[in-house]
Each structure stands twice: as C-alpha cells, then as structure tokens.
Design a protein. Structure first.
Lengths: 368, 71
C-alpha cells in the first residue's frame, strides 16, 4: 500500500472518531443549565457599572490634582486594585464572591474616595485656584458627568436585557418540567400561571427598554428583582404540590399520612413568605429555600417508601398467584394428562407430572 | 495479512471504542428506573438544585459618587 492510501485511511478514521465524539459533546451541552450563562453576563454588567463609577471618581481625582494640586492618588490606586480583584470574580463567574467583595471592599473604598472628593470641592477656595483654572475644572467636570451618566444608563439597559433573557431561560427550563409532569397527569395549572406572569413581565420590560425611559426602567427592575425571587420559590412550591397531590392517595393507602402532613407543613412555611410584593427580611430567603428543599427531599423519600410498599404488595400477589397455580397443578396432577394439539412437551413421550405436581424432568424449572 | 486488512481492523476498533464511550453514560450505566419510577409518580425528579436556590442575578451597585462642582 502506498503512502497516499495510508494517509486517506488515517484521516477517515480520525474524522469518524471525531464526529462521534463531537455528537456526544453536543448532547452534553444541551443538558447544561442555561441560567449559568446569564449569571455570568449579569456579573459582567455589574462590574462595568462599578467601573463607570470608579472611572468617574478617578477622573475627578486627576482633575483635582491638575487644577488644585490636591493629591488623592492613594484613593485612586486602592480603587484600581479593588477593580482588578473584582474582575477575578467576574471571570470565575463567582457571584457570591463578587457580592461579598463588592459590598465589603469596593463600596466602602468608593464611598471614602467620593467623600474625600466632596470635601475637597466644598473647600475649593482654600487651594487658591485662579478663576480661569476653576472654570476649566468645571467645564471638564461637566463633560465627564455626561460621559458618566451615559455610561450608567447603558448599564441599566444592559442589566435589563440580561434579566429578560434570564427569566426567559427559566421559562424554557420550567416548560420542560411542566411537560413531564403533564405527561404523568400531575397538576401544572399554578406553574403555567407563573410562567405566564413572567412572560407578561418580560413584555413590559422590553417595552421600557425600547422607550429609553431609564428612570422608569430602573424602578421596574427593582420591583422585578424582588418578584424574581418569589417566582422561583412559587414555581418550586407549585411543583412540589403537584407531586404531593399525586402521592397523597397512595400515602394514605399505605398509612404514610404523617409524611404528607410534614410536607404540607414545610410547603406552608415557605408559602407564607413567597408572596408577590413581599420583601424578604433577614434570613427569610434561606428559610423559604430550606423548607422547599426539605419538602423536596421528603417527597422523594415518601415516593421511595410507597414504591417499597408497592413492590412488597406485588411480590405478595405473585406469591399468592404462584401458590394458586401450584394448587391447581396438584389438582391437575391427579387427573390423566390432557393432550394439547400443537403444544410442546405433552406428547405421548413427554414426562408426566407426579402426584405432587412437580415434573419428572430434571431440567424443568417448576414454573407452570 | 495485508496492510489494508490491518488498517480496517484498526478503524473498526477505533469506531467501536468511540461508539461505546458515547453511549456509555446514558445507555449502559444503571439508573434507578427499575427501582423507583415504575409507579409513574415521578417524585424522584424533584431535585432542587443550587441554581434554583440561587435564583437572582444580583443588582447594579447603587453607591452615589461625588459629582458636585467645586465651590
């Protein structure tokens, strides 16, 4: 075989193997959680929003140094370092890390730098700055304010777009859950209603984005943020209720009503906080989700317990049936065998059952 | 044995390995289908994962920065 044929064979083998593996990867990717992507996008927008504030603050520090020889560059350096660290949480899609660092470090540092600037600008006369320099400072600052304002507005719109996508992804994921539960005749009415609410909210959000009314958009987003947490809890509660309603009659049959009562109690605890318009107080968010998770685990356990009972019940039925067959065989064994036309095993030379119903053939299984 | 035959055997083994690696996770590994879901209640699907329990994507920082003009 020449080199050309070797090469063609090698390429064909690699191509076929690659195609098979690529298809496998595609299958895996469709199972991924689509909300992960929007979480990453939201962190990037939140970082950019802080970057607008840090950049505007640092510009003013430079202006103060330029026109009044006031040195606040230490604040600037701290903020730059903070933002470098904060970026690592964005890159790692680490929301908890981002939240903690931005609240505990970036925000206090930004507030301090901002306060130092305000103090310096309030007492600007003490720096003996000429009127020309003061006017130049004001002109530059006004220009920078416009850039800053535009930067912040842009992030408000981008965050709204991410939110819309995020909620849309939820609806898509939930739609699969609803379809599966519908197939098993579970109640999905409440879940469908929640998904319809999200669709309506998203339409309202899109209209505000299109309008360019940033103030209204900001107010809507604040309310939507709170609703968002309730949507998730309400959907999970509705989902758990669907499962529980399906299990309850079986649980009652197998004397497991106490387990259903415990599930009911956890669902009710979560439900009292997961109400549209209610603002979570300290710890209530965790309470709601602990109850939801607890009810989910209890439902799983109850389903397993019911399955065990049903399996036992089925085995008992099989045993009873086998016993009936054995008894019948015993009765049949006392009569002469009936020839079966076209049947196997009971011809003139077939082994005859003895009086105990067992077969004389050593290879017989005993199942009739 | 001819070189072509050897290559064909290598190709067949390669495809077999690749095919098996693809179907293994979903087709070969045992599931609890036979033990818990044959009653069509499907309650074992109620896994509440961490993504669901951390539903919010966060908010924009609301810190007000200094923007006053010099006095």
């Amino acid at each position: 075989m020449n080199i050309g044929k070797w090469f063609v064979m090698l390429v064909a083998m690699l191509a076929l193997t690659g195609a098979v593996l690529a298809e496998s990867n595609d299958t895996n990717s469709t199972n991924g959680n689509t909300t992960d992507a929007t979480n990453g996008q939201a962190l990037a927008v939140r970082y950019d929003n802080l970057q607008c504030k840090v950049a505007f603050t640092n510009i003013q520090i430079d202006l103060l140094n330029k026109y009044a020889s006031v040195d606040q560059t230490a604040n600037k350096d701290i903020l730059l370092t903070d933002m470098t660290t904060l970026k690592t949480y964005v890159d790692g899609v680490n929301k908890d890390g981002f939240d903690n660092y931005s609240v505990q470090t970036v925000r206090p540092d930004l507030q301090k730098a901002s306060q130092d600037l305000t103090d310096a600008k309030k007492n600007f006369k003490q720096y003996n700055v000429s009127n020309e320099s003061r006017t130049a400072f004001i002109n530059e600052l006004n220009n920078d304010k416009e850039v800053y304002s535009s930067c912040i507005d842009d992030k408000e719109v981008k965050m709204a777009q991410v939110m819309e996508k995020h909620m849309d992804n939820w609806n898509k994921q939930w739609s699969n859950v609803v379809d599966k539960m519908s197939e098993k005749n579970m109640s999905v009415t409440d879940m469908n209603a929640i998904m319809a609410e999200i669709t309506a909210k998203n339409q309202e959000l899109q209209a505000l984005i299109d309008s360019g009314n940033i103030t209204s958009l900001g107010e809507f987003m604040k309310a939507y943020q709170q609703s968002q947490l309730h949507f998730a809890a309400r959907f999970e509660i509705a989902r758990l209720q669907g499962y529980k309603e399906k299990l309850a009659p079986l649980a009652d049959k197998y004397n497991m009503s106490d387990q259903i009562n415990e599930i009911d109690s956890q669902i009710a605890n979560a439900q009292q906080y997961a109400q549209e318009g209610y603002k979570y107080k300290d710890g209530e968010f965790n309470t709601v989700w602990n109850d939801i998770k607890g009810a989910g685990k209890d439902i799983q356990q109850t389903a397993k317990d019911i399955n065990a009972e049903r399996t036992k019940e089925r085995q008992d039925m099989i045993s009873q049936r086998q016993q009936k067959i054995a008894n019948r065989s015993q009765q049949v064994g006392q009569r002469p065998p009936m020839p079966i036309r076209g049947g196997r095993g009971l011809g003139p030379n077939a082994p005859r059952p003895n009086i105990n119903g067992s077969n004389n053939n050593d290879n017989a299984s005993g199942d009739q | 044995m001819k070189t072509t035959t050897i290559l064909l055997m290598i190709l067949a083994v390669g495809l077999l390995v690749a095919g098996c690696s693809r179907i293994a996770p979903t087709k070969i590994l045992p599931t609890d289908k036979n033990t818990t879901t044959d009653m069509s209640v499907g309650a074992d699907a109620t896994v509440i994962d961490d993504t669901t329990t951390n539903p919010d994507i966060g908010t924009l920082d609301n810190t007000t920065v200094s923007d006053e003009l010099p006095q």
